[in-house]
Design a protein around this ligand. Sequence first.
Ligand code: AVJ
Length: 339
Amino acid sequence: MKGLSGPAPVLVKRQPSNVVFSDLHPRVGNRRQEIVSGLQKEQKSINPKYFYDSRGSKLFEQITELPEYYPTRTERQILKSNAQDMAECCGQNCVLIEPGSGSSEKVRLLLDSLEPAAYVPMDISADFLKLAAIQLAEEYPWLNVHAVCTDFARQENEPGGLPEGKRVIFYPGSTLGNMKPAEAIVFLRNLGHWLKRDGGVLIGIDMHKSTRVLEAAYNDERGITALFNLNILSNINKIADANFDTSHFRHHAFYNQEKYRIEMHLVSKVNHVVRLGDTSITMTCGESIHTENSYKYTPESFQDITASAGFAIRSSWFDQQQLFSVHYLELVRTNNGKN
Ligand code: AVJ
């Protein structure tokens, strides 16, 4: 008899009809070479993008829920309370583009108010992006989701086939804070090329504040940030054939008041030698590897970098204590038609 034996039916999840996925196959580049040259500098450094392997991403998720780490919950509150205002800046039927969209968590706070013509999440991790886009499309059946797998930071190829309409780039999380001001200006200026004439940028920026509050946010009592910082070495071991021993390092984070930035370092507790492939790196006791900068802005200093990048701030939103901020930027129109 049919149906009593034979293979169990396989459930194939159908992709909802409101999601499109394009893969621009971002180039990985020579990661080991990049890592080695950072470690051969006078002040050793590792690019903070290497924090986010799967364990690092989970640890970061935990950081965002810590009592001391105010940025994520404060930004969410600002987005939630001002979604209608933000929708007015973005206008009806915009094409909302989010570089480094991850699980597209924050955009959910805006979608019902914005009603964009399309949402374009962009990420370098194809599998994760696809899952996140399908999930979102199922939750928002009216939303046209156009996911693009690309390395936005490199901005090497503009995705084709994006819907027409005013473009708004959503860049939350104070991710811009990882860049030095000069790099942030170049990055913002490059965003401008995507916007054509009338577009905008909706961006989240962490604010300068008391050293006590800032340092607590990066030195939490439970030590999650320390684990997050140390985990970068485990990830480097995997991707660069290295033999870092995390027990030889301790987490160090402080606010550099002259430069308005949190600096995270990993300080060597002993003299030792680390191997990466066939390269040896000598660490002396007390020497550090600089793993992250997280710049904090005042309303004035943020206004300065946006102006240098060719933008005007049309609106700014803060929480009551001005811990965090979200801004809507527009390109400054020039007479000669160039930006
Ligand atoms: C995601 C870069 C904004 O700088 O606060 C959190 C990363 N590092 N705790 C930040 C981070 C340590 C975070 N950014």
